[in-house]
Design a protein around this ligand. Structure first.
Ligand code: CAA
Length: 288
């Protein structure tokens, strides 16, 4: 059975990307965020992306208008309560997510799947916030930029039902994505592999093996990465990278190999978060 309307909780980079991907695949999407500024940014992003798709002839003007017409933006979860699917894409913090999940449980009908776009936090842990509905909680991990990246990493918690899992696989496909399962271990597969590589690139930089430009060029030209690991860290957000590494450190027996590099932590503490703050490993112009 196809999904008609999804609620996306969180209008940041990931949330707005998920909503756009839903809408361009014919699924009504409502973006929920308490910040008006975040909602305006999401709306602008949606307009810009469909206009680009039209100019590149990937979409007709009618299709673009139809996508924008099924996107909406609201401040409270209550205004999205008629959705038949919910995906949380808020800050990577377990306490924040648990509070949102309790609210999602109270708001949506009892058949609604309560998915999370967490990139590292245990689904079983998260679902403990709503034991009555733990069978409906699942990890639905998208990748940035969501409209472009094909993968959705699907993570079942201990209590996640087969029905929830099958429905999540079906929705991912309905959104034009390729779902791939991973077990509920800190960082799952994607970040278990990606974050140590990013961290090692920082070590290579701070140990003086090469400067950032050379590290990124070597990995791009020699290993066919679309972006070098330091450029990618800025793109993901250095704060997000640090938080994911700490979730992995805590969740994987405090193995020191997952501790974030000192330089990475210093940049975050100085407010240099990457593309979104205009400075990270690299400096960016206003339009990056
Ligand atoms: N939204 C929508 N579309 C976008 C986009 C965005 N934010 N950014 C780029 N695109 C589209 C462009 O419109 C363009 O499409 P067309 O060619 O059809 O016009 C296409 O992507 C390529 O973009 P560009 O030509 O501007 O630039 P590029 O060729 O350098 O590609 C990139 C940009 C797709 C981001 C590419 O550099 C890339 O794949 N980088 C790696 C991204 C990656 O690894 N993401 C995963 C991060 S990890 C994560 O998200 C999960 C986590 O838990 C941390």
């Amino acid at each position: 059975m196809s999904v008609k309307k999804i609620a996306v909780i969180g209008g940041g980079t990931m949330g707005s990307g998920i909503a756009l991907t839903a809408a361009t695949n014919g699924i009504e999407a409502v973006v929920v965020d308490i910040s008006e500024e975040q909602l305006s940014r999401a709306k602008e992003y949606h307009k810009k992306q469909v206009a680009r798709a039209v100019s590149k002839e990937r979409m007709t003007q009618e299709e673009a208008d139809a996508s924008l017409a099924i996107l909406s933006y609201v401040n409270s979860l209550d205004e999205a309560s008629d959705a038949c699917w919910a995906v949380e894409a808020a800050t990577e913090n377990i306490d924040v997510k648990k509070t949102i999940f309790k609210h999602m449980f109270e708001t949506f009908a009892e058949h609604v799947v309560l998915a999370t776009n967490t990139s590292s936090i245990s689904i079983t842990d998260l679902s403990s916030a709503i034991p009555e509905a733990a069978n409906r909680v699942i990890g639905m991990h998208f990748f940035n930029p969501v409209p472009v990246m094909k993968l959705v990493e699907i993570i079942k918690g201990k209590e996640t039902s087969e029905e929830t899992t099958n429905a999540t696989i079906a929705l991912s496909e309905q959104m034009g994505k390729i779902p791939v399962p991973a077990n509920d271990s800190a960082g799952f597969v994607s970040n278990r592999v990606l974050m140590p590589m990013i961290n090692e690139a920082f070590h290579a930089w701070t140990d003086g093996v090469a400067d950032p430009e050379a590290i990124d060029s070597i990995m791009k030209l020699g290993c066919a990465f679309p972006m070098g690991p330091l450029r990618l860290a800025d793109y993901i957000g250095l704060d997000v990278c640090r938080d994911i590494m700490m979730v992995m450190y805590d969740g994987l027996e405090e193995n020191p190999k997952y501790l974030p590099n000192k330089k990475l932590v210093e940049l975050v503490e100085a407010g240099h978060l990457g593309d979104k703050s205009g400075q990270g490993v690299y400096e960016y112009g206003k339009n990056n």
